[in-house]
Design a protein around this ligand. Structure first.
Ligand code: COA
Length: 211
């Protein structure tokens, strides 16, 4: 493996980034995942909010997101509600929260610290742009093994308490995120009943008011 570099999204990488997205969420409905045209729109609208990891010249991982206004009294939403359905990015230029639309590392590049670095870089983006923090729907792939035993809310509580391990949520909590309950029908994914967790990180240096 050559040295990894970290840079911003470019429209010319849309196809390979779509491949990273689709191979990272293999049981999810593709219609709920990033498509090439949306990745091109994101490269146009908010490149400074993105990170693409290159091995040589080839993208192997990405951390993508948009600015939004988020109503914490109405947390139920789908990823499509945020990204839109018109091929756009969903980016709201004066939104005060960073909404994490995707963090994805190609399977053969995992467990080397890339994911942690992507979460750290997202936090840095919030500092640099003076955003309130990060909010996202977090997929809970480990729930597939418990779906017949417990509700998604119980599962998320047990992962947050450290009683169960989830390949994604455990790592997000270890990176300073708080699990604030569950979201129904976030990304259509029969393996987990389409459940996700709502994860939030507050920017301690934000100059405005947080929830
Ligand atoms: C979740 C995801 C982004 C993590 O990416 P990653 O690059 O593997 O993340 P990291 O390497 O920073 O950390 C993952 C684990 O590897 C461990 N690790 C990091 N460096 C390591 C090393 N050198 N040797 C062994 N383990 C290591 C970390 O401690 C962490 O362990 P944990 O899961 O027990 O906490 C990746 O698994 C992925 O793309 N999953 C599918 C998509 C997804 O779920 N995205 C999340 C957005 S909802």
């Amino acid at each position: 493996m050559t040295e990894l570099t970290f840079t911003k999204i470019r429209a010319e990488w849309a196809e390979v980034l779509e491949h990273i997205e689709h191979s990272s969420f293999p049981t999810a409905d593709r219609a709920d995942l990033y498509q090439v045209d949306e990745l091109r729109s994101l490269a146009e609208d908010f490149p400074e909010g993105t990170v693409v990891v290159l091995d040589g010249d080839t993208p192997v991982a990405m951390g993508l997101g948009i600015r939004i206004n988020f109503d914490f009294s109405q947390t139920q939403h789908s990823v499509r509600d945020m990204m839109g359905a018109d091929g756009g990015s969903g980016h709201v230029a004066d939104g005060d929260w960073y909404y994490g639309t995707s963090i994805a590392v190609l399977p053969q590049y995992r467990r080397q610290g890339i994911g942690r670095k992507l979460y750290d870089m997202r936090k840095q983006i919030c500092h640099d742009l003076d955003l309130a923090g990060i909010v996202a729907g977090g997929v809970i792939p480990g729930y597939a093994d418990h779906i017949d035993e417990m509700s998604a809310a119980d599962y998320v509580n047990k992962v947050a308490a450290g009683e169960l391990y989830d390949p994604t949520l455990t790592m997000q909590i270890a990176n300073g995120f708080e699990a604030r309950g569950v979201i129904a029908d976030y990304i259509r994914d029969p393996a987990v009943g389409s459940w996700a967790s709502l994860i939030v990180w507050n920017n301690p240096d934000y100059s405005g008011r947080q929830t």
